[in-house]
Design a protein around this ligand. Structure first.
Ligand SMILES: [Zn+2]
Length: 115
């Protein structure tokens, strides 16, 4: 996917590879009790990257590379992969040029660097 080769995408990917993010992500999942926070979904989230119920930690306010928004626990919500790749991305892409998922999350769940 060419849109993931933009400089912005590379920057975002780096953020997702930081130790700080991994810790914060874990905190968000624990806070949300591994439950999908999207509307009425409430799916039990799974660790790992495969399957529609794998956990995605989503930025409520698109960070667009803003470190404060990126590393803000209150700006995070745990959702399942199905909700994120379906509902959330389609909602967000409506207002934006579809260059990138607004939270920097690749559309391909097997993409590296997105634990
Ligand atoms: Zn869900």
């Amino acid at each position: 996917m060419d849109k993931w080769r933009t400089p912005e995408a590379a920057e975002y990917r780096k953020l997702y590879q930081t130790k700080q993010w991994r810790i914060l992500r874990e905190q968000a999942l624990l806070r949300d009790l591994f439950m999908c926070q999207h509307k009425g979904c409430k799916a039990q989230l799974k660790r790992g990257r495969s399957g529609p119920r794998s956990a995605v930690v989503h930025h409520l306010k698109p960070h667009k590379g803003d470190l404060e928004l990126f590393f803000d626990l209150s700006n995070l919500a745990s959702v399942c992969w199905a909700c994120h790749s379906g509902d959330i991305q389609s909602i967000e892409s409506r207002g934006f040029d579809v260059t990138i998922g607004e939270d920097g999350w690749p559309i391909d769940p097997n993409h590296t660097g997105n634990l």
